[in-house]
Design a binder for this molecule. Sequence first.
Ligand code: FAD
Length: 517
Amino acid sequence: MDTDVLVVGAGPTGLMLANQLARRGVRALILDRHPGPSLETRALGVQARTLEIYAHLGIVERALELGKRATGANMWAQGRRAARLPLGDIGRGLSPYPFLLILGQDDNERLLGEALRDRGTAIAWNTELVGLAQEPDRVIARLKQPDGTMREVSAAWVAGCDGARSAVRELNGIAFHGAPYEHVFFVADTQMTGPMVPDELNIYLWREGFHLFFPMRGTDHWRVVGIVPPALRGHEDLTLDALMPSIRQEAGSGLSLQGCSWFSTYRIHHRRAERFRDRRCFLLGDAAHIHSPVGAQGMNTGLQDAYNLGWKLALVVSGGARAALLDSYEIERIPVAQRLLRTTDQGFSLVVSDSRLAGLFRTRVAPRLLALAMRLERVQRLAFRTISQTGIAYPTSPLSQTLPGLPDAAPRAGDRFPWLRLTFSADGPAEDVFGRLDDTRFTLIVIGQPVPPGGVPGLGDLLRTLVVPSGPANDRELTRARIPRPAFYLLRPDGHVGLAGTRLEGAALARYVSERL
Ligand SMILES: Cc1cc2nc3c(=O)[nH]c(=O)nc-3n(C[C@H](O)[C@H](O)[C@H](O)COP(=O)(O)OP(=O)(O)OC[C@H]3O[C@@H](n4cnc5c(N)ncnc54)[C@H](O)[C@@H]3O)c2cc1C
């Protein structure tokens, strides 16, 4: 076997997967048909869940330094600022990163690429996957090399992180159901001055659509996104200059364009692969699902796919788990993609619908309604959990087991374990629980009870145990998270709860491990 895992595609998804594999000592080959990293900004929003993962990868500080925190979104209608939604830290208490970070995809790829290089893995650029043959114990991949010659590589597993036109998906004959939206989008990275509130999102809602101004790094740098107005649809070689009158119409005549470093128009599709796996091949990121950019979810969802599959592949390759563990990848991630397509479709229809009623709703009702709703803490928290991807859970996964006795309101199997500040010794300081998790291992969190002796058979070195002693500070924090005492949580390496219950019994843990790994 030439390699354990062949990662096809060095976009954000492939880079995340290769990093997760490298950290766990898995032999992986990552290749990309392009000559080098993409220089296009494309995605701009980095969600809290991604930042939590970046912390484990050791790149969060750099990402925070390079990016800008989104502090608010201003909604403009008919030339006036109709509402402002405060976004500063709407996820306070829910994540160490309670905000949306604005950081371009190119910067994300650079940080992930540097982390990969530091772990000793080089990307094979200019190398294209052109053929695949699946055998019972391996996949033979046919690669076109930089000099045009062909080479065959055998791999135990193949990860298709090769984007919307995925060769891995097509070579396996997996259908990509869905359709293009009828609207054509434009995107422009500009230098502009105007009425926009600096450093914040500015959303111009108009009867026939919307424009969105995203603040970028540097002074007066804005990413402008919108749909091409009906009068300009179908025009070949459309330029930003041609669009400026319609942008000015909504954003005001005070808008002045000083420069544009990137302009592109594109049609968005909403599609999902019928399956995310064919025997030894997996699909992740845009290869598995594409949708409208509403909600800044695309890049982040690909990164989460990779985080979900990475630890499972590593465990199977090292012999620490049976191959059946890999079945849980699509069982867990297809519902996430389905929900994403549904919600982004609904959001998108609302912002682009040509109907008069939708236009009125967009310009008159939506800004006020949203501003009012976002004053409610419950709405803020729900919005944060949904958009930040910290609320993603796998309750029906075969890896999720909640034992009887745990109250309904407590975190349950499948949930991402909540972010808490706890003390781990009687007079110790309160610590960030996520800082204590090692995401290359399972973590057993034992609350208000002694740890049974002997560890967990089958996990050995792969298990870390954190004991949470009773005390007023811990009790307050656990009550906030609705965690009863006693309780225990066995966390998977990706921070999701595998097994949860009240009274900890060694036999239940041992059974969980022997049946599921
Ligand atoms: C104009 C534009 C704006 C966008 N804006 C946003 C946004 O605001 N927010 C958001 O979340 N998302 C946005 N997206 C989507 C986001 O860019 C994608 O979700 C993200 O790039 C997906 O990452 P990926 O790694 O899965 O795929 P990609 O980034 O597409 O990477 C796939 C890689 O695979 C390589 N590859 C393909 N085929 C082969 C092959 N046969 N052999 C070898 N290599 C191959 C490609 O060269 C590429 O480098 C935008 C996309 C576009 C096009």
